[in-house]
Write a protein that binds this ligand. Structure first.
Ligand code: NAD
Ligand code: TYD
Length: 371
């Protein structure tokens, strides 16, 4: 496998995937295809942008003709598809954009891969279409024990008896997860109908450097720093399973190379936390790192109206991935949070740039605004 197309590589997870592949596989050409929406920022990859095995192309995955042309000119052998609209709150306000990018964009990418690969004498041999999805397609789990208890698969507290497994029925609730679910179905349909070598992974909530500060963890780190209110939805009782983004990128590398065709793998941290407890850890850590008294900023917590259709609990059972490919998360949550907090506090310029929107004006001038 030589020429890899990573879509969404200037976003949060995609930038970590591009960095890992460019550094680890000097023989691969890594083509990063991204529309650079508000969530895409080339500054996320400034440390590797000059590497000879890296190339950036600004394009919209919905632009089928352009995508097909890119497959042909770049001789694409493998796809790692991350480009998507990714924020649940935005999907509640603007579902159409989510259907367009996540469903039609994925379909356009699949069709371009199909047309190009079927035109080659070798066909689908040594080809792979890897689709990155989310655990949110499975819906929400019950909290059978709100106090939490330990399970046999995790040393950490868990908040229910049930977990998302690879065969859990799809039951998406938000426009975001409905669009991701639809795209997952299209990927599997391309395997079943045309024989395309596909693989799908469904991952839990990621955290770490370069995440756009509309998501809980970077937003709250920044707000604690500047002593702005922390808008906790509902009572803060919702549970998410958090995974450090570099652990996700490592899993993607492993599955891209060794995952079985047409399989699904769930990726998760075995790391469930109630939102309110995450917020308290963030306050404690930011206060300590900034030399304030730990928990000095607890009064920033502001309970606000709950998100519409707010899924109660996500928890992934990633034991298949552990059993078959030997992957497990490398970082404890407290360790990952410490690294993450320090990164955002050390990279104030990145944060200011992103929150001011300056980077978008800069790239619009450089590449044109084709929105
Ligand atoms: P992100 O919003 O940070 O990045 C998305 C990237 O896609 C951006 O660079 C954006 O410019 C690009 N993009 C958007 N629309 C595009 C289009 N039409 N054409 C080309 N590029 C486009 O997202 P993320 O958090 O890095 O998530 C990446 C993928 O991983 C998504 O598919 C998401 O569903 C999935 N995922 C995310 C998480 C998470 O916790 N963040 C968890 C599981 C799965
Ligand atoms: P988020 O980071 O948006 O990820 P997702 O919705 O994909 O899980 O939110 C994580 C959790 O934090 C989710 O339960 C919603 C909650 N949340 C808040 O309470 N306040 C906020 O301002 C945000 C952005 C999220």
């Amino acid at each position: 496998m030589k020429n890899i197309l990573v879509t969404g590589g200037a976003g949060f997870i995609g930038s970590h995937v591009v960095r890992l592949f460019v550094s680890k596989y000097p023989d691969y050409k890594v083509v990063n295809l991204d529309k650079l929406t508000y969530a895409g920022n080339l500054a996320n990859l400034s440390d590797i942008e000059d590497r000879p095995n890296y190339k950036f192309i600004k394009a919209d995955i919905c632009d089928y003709e352009r995508i097909l042309e890119i497959f042909k000119t770049e001789h694409i052998d493998g796809v790692i598809h991350l480009a998507a609209e990714s924020h649940v709150d935005r999907s509640i306000k603007d579902p159409f954009t989510f259907a367009r990018t996540n469903v039609m964009g994925t379909l356009s990418l699949l069709q371009a891969a199909k047309v190009y690969w079927e035109s080659l004498p070798s066909g689908y041999k040594e080809k792979k279409f890897y689709h990155i999805s989310t655990d949110e397609v499975y819906g929400a789990l019950a909290m059978t024990d709100p106090q939490g208890h330990k399970s046999d698969i995790s040393s950490h507290e868990v908040y229910g008896d049930d977990f998302f497994r690879e065969d859990t029925k799809y039951d998406p609730h938000s426009p975001y997860s409905a669009a991701k679910a639809s795209s997952d179905h299209f990927v599997r349909a391309y395997h079943d109908t045309y024989g395309m070598p596909t693989v799908v992974t469904n991952c839990s909530n990621n955290y770490g450097p370069y995440q756009f500060p509309e998501k809980l963890i970077p937003l709250f780190i920044n707000n604690i720093r500047y002593r702005k209110p922390l808008p906790v939805y509902g009572r803060g009782e919702n549970v998410r399973d958090w995974l450090y983004v570099e652990d996700h990128a490592r899993a993607i590398d492993l599955i891209f190379h060794r995952g079985k065709e047409a399989e699904t793998y769930n990726i998760g941290g075995f790391n469930e936390w109630k939102n309110i407890d995450v917020v308290k850890i963030l306050i404690k850590t930011v206060d300590r790192v900034l030399g304030r008294k730990e928990f000095e900023d607890l009064d920033l917590i502001t309970y606000v109206t709950d998100r519409q259709g707010h899924d109660l609990r996500y928890a992934i059972d990633s034991s298949k991935l552990k059993r078959e490919l030997g992957w497990k998360p490398s970082l404890q949550f407290e360790e990952g949070i410490e690294k993450t907090v320090r990164w955002y506090l050390d990279n104030e310029a990145w944060m200011n740039n992103v929150t001011s929107g300056d980077y978008q004006r800069y790239y619009e001038e450089m590449y044109g605004d084709d929105k």
